[in-house]
Design a protein around this ligand. Structure first.
Ligand code: ASP
Length: 445
């Protein structure tokens, strides 16, 4: 049995961990709710601990990984002006996919009408936070102190600093060559660290799922069944139509291979509900599995995890229509246009951590004068939808990465088409790590 477990692929192990956690969570909740042994030692003890340790070590590598891989990618660019083209194309595709996502979401929601007949009345007792102005957002992208940006995990500021630093290394030429080597070595080590941490994934994912499904209120789904399935349906449509369609149309790459290779990242995003925590896995997937070059992916993936939230925009689109219908408020064509614009901006402003999409929904609702207590209405099913929409968010980042890389001549199609590419690197043989073998002579005789 042990042998068979070690021979399984990481994907299979994570899947087993996920299903085992889910089933155990549901089982214990039905058979032993409140049992002190189960609740204190297993759910809030073992499951909580393994889940949190896994999540923490994933987050631990995000900042150093983003920093080293962007510096590494930028300083090895032969022509720095490529950065401008790359940036423009990435931003345009991120905006396009988000606008498609929200339009699709509202069209399907209007067609199905998930909130019709609820006849709710507003008591207007919610207050939305103020949206920051565009000027503030732009100013906020530049760090006054890169160390503090890293300490607080401000991804946009880290991206800006890393790009500038990488350009400076390239511009300094020969004297800075040791830095090019250093960052490339650091990047290799960081990627190995990701592989190392991935070995914890099956247990971490089991802990996260076990604890979540022990405590989640699934009954909310029954009262919101239409809303839940409309969001879920549109999320699936976005992956199958928008991403696969754009991939085929703009690059000719096979979307089936893309979906197959996304499985690991998909599962991580699903169990952590955080695009940010999934950055290491997304980066590994697009570079090692799909063959996108580091110069493109090191820039598009962290940026996408911060500003490209198509799944979140879909939830916001369906939620807006749902809330309008539930409260019997008529929205005009102009209002819908306004929702497209605000939800696109709101999803850009949504941080890649669990649950923020729902908070940002307040901004969209306020813009078209919908009652903010509508948020409380859909809160019950949001955690589950958050998991799925996070998976869609990072799938969008990966699809755009492949498109940009292919358009810029930075995608190795042999790697992309090789179904097993990158799988071997999953495994680290600890028996073969001989620390300092070459340069440390035997001294004990
Ligand atoms: N959890 C989502 C993410 O990390 C954001 C959200 O929609 O709440 O991508």
């Amino acid at each position: 049995m042990m042998k068979r477990w070690s021979q399984l692929s990481l994907t299979a192990k994570v899947l087993i961990g996920m299903v085992a956690g889910l089933l155990m969570g549901l089982l214990f909740r039905n058979l032993f709710t409140g049992h002190p042994l189960i609740e204190d030692y297993l759910i809030n003890g073992l499951f909580h601990m393994t889940g949190q340790i896994f999540l923490t070590v994933l987050k631990m590598i995000v900042v150093p990984l983003v920093f080293t891989s962007i510096v590494c990618g930028t300083c090895s660019l032969k022509d720095i002006t490529i950065l401008g083209r790359l940036g423009g194309m990435t931003l345009a595709l991120y905006l396009l996919t988000t606008a498609i996502a929200i339009s699709l979401a509202m069209s399907v929601a209007l067609l199905i009408g998930p909130g019709k007949g609820a006849n709710l009345e507003s008591a207007a007792n919610f207050v939305a936070g103020e949206a920051p102005s565009l000027v503030d957002v732009l100013i906020g992208m530049f760090p006054s102190n890169p160390i503090s940006a890293m300490a607080s995990g401000n991804t946009l500021q880290i991206i800006v600093f890393s790009i500038l630093f990488g350009i400076a290394i390239a511009a300094a030429g020969k004297p800075a060559q040791p830095l090019v080597k250093l960052f490339s070595a650091l990047n290799e080590a960081m990627l190995k660290l990701v592989t190392l941490i991935m070995n914890l994934a099956p247990y971490g994912v089991m802990g996260l799922m076990g604890k979540l499904f022990y405590s989640i209120d699934l009954s909310a789904i029954f009262s919101l069944v239409e809303y839940f399935f409309v969001v879920l349906g549109v999320l699936i449509l976005q992956v199958l139509i928008t991403y696969c369609g754009l991939l085929k149309l703009l690059t000719g790459l096979n979307p089936r291979i893309f979906l197959k290779k996304m499985r690991d990242a998909f599962m991580f995003a699903f169990s952590t509900a955080s695009s940010n925590a999934t950055i290491p896995v997304t980066l590994e997937t697009v570079t090692r599995r799909m063959g996108a070059c580091n110069q493109v992916s090191s820039f598009t993936v962290p940026l996408g995890s911060t500003i490209n939230m198509d799944g979140t925009a879909i939830m916001q689109g369906v939620a807006t229509v749902f809330i309008a219908q539930a409260f019997g408020i008529h929205l005009a064509f102009n209002d819908y246009m306004m929702v497209i614009v605000t939800a696109t901006l709101a999803s850009i402003g949504t941080a890649g951590v669990p649950g923020v999409g729902l908070v940002m929904l307040a901004m969209v609702l306020q813009q078209v004068g919908l009652p903010l207590e509508g948020i409380a209405l859909i809160m019950g099913v949001d955690r589950l939808l958050d998991m799925v929409r996070t998976a869609v968010n990072i799938t969008g980042d990966s699809a755009v990465t492949c498109i940009v890389a292919k358009q810029q001549g930075g995608l190795n199609t042999d790697i992309y088409n090789d179904i097993h590419a990158g799988e071997r690197e999953e495994h680290i043989d600890f028996h073969k790590i001989n620390i300092g073998e070459q340069d440390r002579p035997v001294t004990n005789h």
